[in-house]
Design a protein around this ligand. Structure first.
Ligand SMILES: NC(=O)c1ccc[n+]([C@@H]2O[C@H](COP(=O)([O-])OP(=O)(O)OC[C@H]3O[C@@H](n4cnc5c(N)ncnc54)[C@H](O)[C@@H]3O)[C@@H](O)[C@H]2O)c1
Length: 260
């Protein structure tokens, strides 16, 4: 197998694995030899994903988890170590968006929810993942940030605040744990066609969803939105055992939007 894509014997943990990027990443890693602990707050959808993976002979354990709860983040790591003996990679991918909102209309509950899920989820995740990775002799962490973590995101200030924080803690962990042979990077997608964007309660669902999506697409150099597999390909590259010196990066996967 191409060493870039050979995950044989590796044990990985993915949050937000019941849908979108997380689900697709679980399939890709599983097909390339990884054993997986997958977590999500949506237990029904998670169970279905676990059944699909197990049906393809991928070693998998599924755990209902709410990443805003520290105990749940710990349980994910404990499960990997107990069931598979180690942890080699962790993907803190669970996240939530919100409806477009002007800065002067933001309420505290919305802001709290963004910070609790999108920021605490990543910090609590790494709090328990990093010691397990040290124990394994090193490994890789990928945090799912966003282009909203790199620049301004119109009418998405709470989400942008949270994703900027994700990049901040990614870089900090990279600096602090590099000497332990741990690489920590973030992937920063532009708008990509997952349920978060196009689902019935996705961020483009209010008003004319088709018009919103087409406006988002026309503003990009490639004149289209991202496809989930295009983000997952970069997550695989960031996790790859053959990618040994990339650390502390926040990688834009945006069809060229940041080149403007
Ligand atoms: N789709 C995009 O346009 C886009 C762009 C940039 C960044 N992202 C980020 O990508 C990540 C994955 O999003 P996606 O597009 O695959 O969306 P998605 O909605 O398809 O998947 C997100 C998953 O996270 C789970 N989740 C939500 N809150 C959780 C919690 N508290 N604990 C555990 N699981 C929880 C959901 O149940 C869902 O299965 C998110 O962090 C999101 O912010 C998405």
């Amino acid at each position: 197998m191409d060493p870039m894509l050979d995950f044989t014997g590796k044990v990985g943990l993915i949050t937000g694995a019941a849908s979108g990027f997380g689900k697709m990443l679980a399939e890709e890693l599983g097909h390339r030899g990884a054993s997986l602990v997958i977590g999500d707050i949506n237990e029904t959808a998670l169970r279905q994903v676990a059944e699909e993976l197990a049906g393809q002979d991928i070693p998998v354990r599924a755990l209902r988890c709410d990443v805003s709860r520290e105990a749940d983040c710990k349980a994910m790591v404990d499960t990997a170590v107990k069931e598979f003996g180690r942890l080699d990679m962790a993907v803190n991918n669970a996240g939530i968006a919100h409806d477009f909102v002007a800065m002067h209309d933001i309420d505290e509950a919305l802001l709290d929810r963004q910070i609790n899920v999108n920021v605490k989820g990543v910090i609590f995740g790494m709090k328990y993942q990093l010691p397990a990775l040290i124990e394994a002799g090193g490994g890789a962490v990928v945090n799912t940030a966003s282009m909203a973590g790199i620049g301004g995101a119109p009418k998405l200030a709470p989400y942008a605040a949270a994703k900027h924080a994700v990049i901040g803690v990614t870089r900090t962990a990279a600096v602090d744990y590099g000497r332990r042979n741990i690489r920590v990077n973030a992937v920063c997608p532009y708008y990509t066609l997952t349920p978060m964007l196009e689902g019935s309660d996705g961020i483009a669902s209010g008003g004319d969803a088709e018009k919103t999506l087409s406006m988002m697409a026309s503003g990009t150099p490639m004149k289209r939105l991202g496809r989930p597999e295009e983000i997952v390909a970069v997550m695989m590259m960031l996790l790859s055992p053959a990618n040994t010196y990339m650390n502390g990066q926040a990688l834009a996967v945006d069809g060229g939007v940041s080149a403007f």
